[in-house]
Design a protein around this ligand. Structure first.
Ligand SMILES: Nc1ncnc2c1ncn2[C@@H]1O[C@H](COP(=O)(O)OP(=O)(O)OP(=O)(O)O)[C@@H](O)[C@H]1O
Ligand SMILES: [Mg+2]
Length: 512
């Protein structure tokens, strides 16, 4: 007999100091279902998963696995109970191969000779193939794409016997194609009687693949729904507690003077690889230019060159008619260029510092902020407080290490700093990655606000809906080149998708 619930949580509470991250949460997942966990940034989704996977222990409440009350003290305990988690930040050793990573940490992982290794490798390959998880078992992890690394993580928990699989925002790092592939795998897992629990901010995915959906808000569990009995609108409303309508882009005005002119720009990425190949385009005042493309096709290097962080080997960059002689962050800042970088914790924010210090990072030298080499403490705190209010950044205090803020609030902080500098040109790279609907909407409003006040925005994103919703013109980047350009009126998902896949001439187009 199979029990209806693979897993139950009853009255779960989790406190971090005075902060209640999970408050009297009840949650249950059925055997053989795909269960999506939704909620705003900071709602408590990751915390809940971390208690199931043994990373955190509940402050109060019970966890039942297959009907039996259990105590999960460590990830090892969790795995012994058949619970495996695929983390957002992968935990693989880059220099080891996929197979070595998977075997590593097993009870009897001492090297037992070549034939033993061969047998293990065969077992791993069999698991991977059964669930459509193509991986190259003998390739070192550092040579793998993000998508493949994620597949290795999934094979790892399956190989170790997990039948309850937790995935925390698995698609936020994937390209649209990779995400589709992941969902095929999840459906195969379900068909094999496994239980899949995942968090995501993408309602479209939830409606396409989940059997049941649980929604959290502010640490509490609101409701569990059947997918067939709900819709995107209802889910969005439950999550944010009001109608989320999405930011509306007003019709085009007349774009003004060119702000950014890029001609034949070529950027080398080291190890003999050319990341950006002879790229040319213009961004004008009052215009949002979107660059769509699968990550890793030169977008990051392009953004870095335009922010003065990366040298270029050929071509020219002109901002407000003035040509840049060489890569210089100072020149970029003085020309009025702002960057919201791809990886906010790596190159945008300092995790151990508080909100005030992070806001000051680029402007602490200005007379407004410091005098005679001393920071103007009280004035700066007031300024920080006003930004926190204006940008709706939720945190326990101005000195909370920003590492502890939820993803959405970190992103808002970064935007607050960059927008407050009143840039002429904003380069925004994946600005809403990992953000909930409400936060996404406020970021979109911000970018549209810049456009309305005659600023220029270069929006680099993998999210086609976002690019199509906001941009006046859309460029598609593939293999370091711009392979397609479309006005807003001519843009459609399919055509952009084909360009993203690297096609230069879309069938049927040559004739027209
Ligand atoms: N280790 C920690 N120490 C202190 N506070 C924490 C810790 N981990 C999480 N929190 C806080 O607990 C709350 C819930 O965070 P959690 O990461 O579970 O949210 P989430 O729903 O996963 O959000 P997101 O969608 O942004 O990932 C947040 O207010 C967060 O700041
Ligand atoms: Mg989370």
């Amino acid at each position: 007999m199979t029990l209806p619930y693979a897993l139950e949580m009853r009255g779960i509470r989790k406190q971090f100091g005075s902060l209640v991250a999970n408050d009297d949460v009840d949650f249950a997942a059925k055997t053989g279902e795909v269960h999506a966990l939704l909620g705003e940034n900071g709602a408590g989704k990751s915390t809940l998963m971390c208690m199931l996977s043994g990373v955190y222990r509940p402050t109060a409440g019970d966890i039942l696995i297959r009907g039996r009350k259990v105590s999960i003290r460590s990830p090892k305990d969790a795995l012994a109970l058949g619970v495996g988690m695929v983390f957002q930040q992968f935990r693989l050793v880059p220099t080891l191969t996929a197979a070595e990573n998977i075997i590593l940490g097993e009870k009897s992982s001492v090297w037992r000779g070549a034939s033993w290794m061969r047998r293990k490798t065969e077992e791993i390959t069999a698991v991977a193939e059964r669930f459509g998880l193509g991986i190259t078992v003998d390739r070192p992890v550092w040579q793998m794409s993000v998508g493949e690394q994620q597949r290795v993580e999934i094979v790892k928990v399956l190989y170790r016997g997990a039948d309850i699989i937790l995935l925390d925002e698995p698609t936020s790092v994937l390209t649209p194609g990779e995400a589709d592939r992941l969902f095929e795998t999840l459906l195969k897992l379900r068909a094999a009687g496994k239980t899949v629990i995942l968090t995501t901010h993408k309602l479209r995915e939830v409606m396409a693949f989940a059997d049941r959906i649980s929604v959290m808000r502010k640490g509490r569990m609101l409701k569990t729904l059947n997918r067939l009995e709900t819709n995107e609108r209802e889910l969005a409303q439950l999550m944010v507690g009001r109608n989320a309508t999405g930011a509306v882009r007003p019709e085009a005005g007349t774009p003004g003077k060119p702000l950014l002119e890029v001609e034949g720009l070529t950027v080398e990425a080291g190890r003999g690889r050319t990341a950006v190949r002879g790229v040319s385009f213009t961004v004008r005042e009052g215009e949002i230019v979107g660059i769509a493309g699968v990550a890793g096709n030169g977008q990051s290097e392009l953004a870095e060159a335009l922010a003065g962080l990366q040298a270029w080997s050929a071509g020219t960059i002109r901002v407000c008619g003035r040509e840049w002689k060489r890569a210089s962050v100072r020149t970029a800042i003085e020309s009025g260029v702002s960057l919201v970088p791809e990886n906010r914790m790596k190159s945008g924010l300092a995790g151990s510092l508080g909100i005030v210090d992070n806001l000051l990072m680029k402007t602490y030298r200005e007379p407004e902020r410091s005098r005679f080499g001393l920071l103007r403490g009280r004035r700066n705190r007031e300024w920080a407080r006003s930004l926190v209010e204006r940008f709706d950044i939720r945190a326990t205090g101005l000195d909370t290490p920003v590492r502890q803020l939820s993803g959405g609030n970190q992103q808002k902080l970064l935007l607050a700093r960059e927008v407050d500098r009143d840039p002429k040109l904003m380069i925004a790279v994946h600005p809403t990655q990992g953000l909930d609907i409400g936060a996404t909407e406020s970021v979109h409003r911000l970018l549209l606000g810049l456009r309305a006040s005659g600023r220029g925005v270069l929006l680099i994103s993998e999210d086609l809906d976002e690019v199509m919703q906001l941009s006046d013109r859309i460029l598609v980047m593939s293999g370091g080149s711009i392979v397609g350009e479309m006005s807003r009126e001519n843009a459609d998902r399919e055509r952009i998708g084909l360009y993203m896949a690297g096609l230069r001439a879309v069938p049927g187009e040559a004739a027209s």
